[in-house]
Design a binder for this molecule. Sequence first.
Ligand SMILES: [Zn+2]
Length: 176
Amino acid sequence: MALEKLFIYKGFMWAYHTRAGIDGPKCNDCRFSLVFQKNDQDWVLVCSECSKQFPLTENLERLKESALEKYKSHQLLKHEVVSFDLPPTKVGMEAEDEHYWINASIRQKNGKRVGIVYFGEKIEAQTSKDKTQLFIDFDAEQVRFDPNNQHPTYLLAKLKIEFPESVTTLEQKGEI
Ligand SMILES: [Zn+2]
C-alpha cells in the first residue's frame, strides 16, 4: 500500500493509497485521523491527537466521495485527450525559398482541431527568435503565438485569420 498523493480538499487533508484508495479526512496539522465528537447539540470532527476541531457542513460519506472524485479528475487532467469524434485529419504543407520557409498543418491536439503554422527567416545561426509559431484553435476561434519565438508581425506586416464567426488581425504598430 503505497501513498500516491496527500491533498487538501474542502479544508480537510486526504491520503490516496495505490490499492486501498482514499483515506481521510485527516488533521491537516498532525495528519492524525479525525473522530466524531458531540459538541453541545452538534457533532464535529476532532483530531485524535491535537484536538483541533473541524466543522463539517455536509454528509461525511458524500464529502469522502467527492474528495475521491476530485483526486481522480486531477489524475485525468494530466493525460492527452484523443477525440474519436473528429475526422482523423492530418494535412500539412511546407514551402521555402532561399530566404524564408513555412510549414502549416491541421491536426488534432488534446481532442480539439487546431492549425499550427510555423514560418521563419533563413539565417545562418538559427535561434528560437528566427521563427514564429501560430496556434489556431478552430473551435474557440482563437489565435495564439509562442512568446518565446519571434512575434508574428516581425516578418509579416499584417496577418488576418478569418473564422466562420470572427476575424483576428495582427498588425505592426509603428516601428519595432
Ligand atoms: Zn491534529
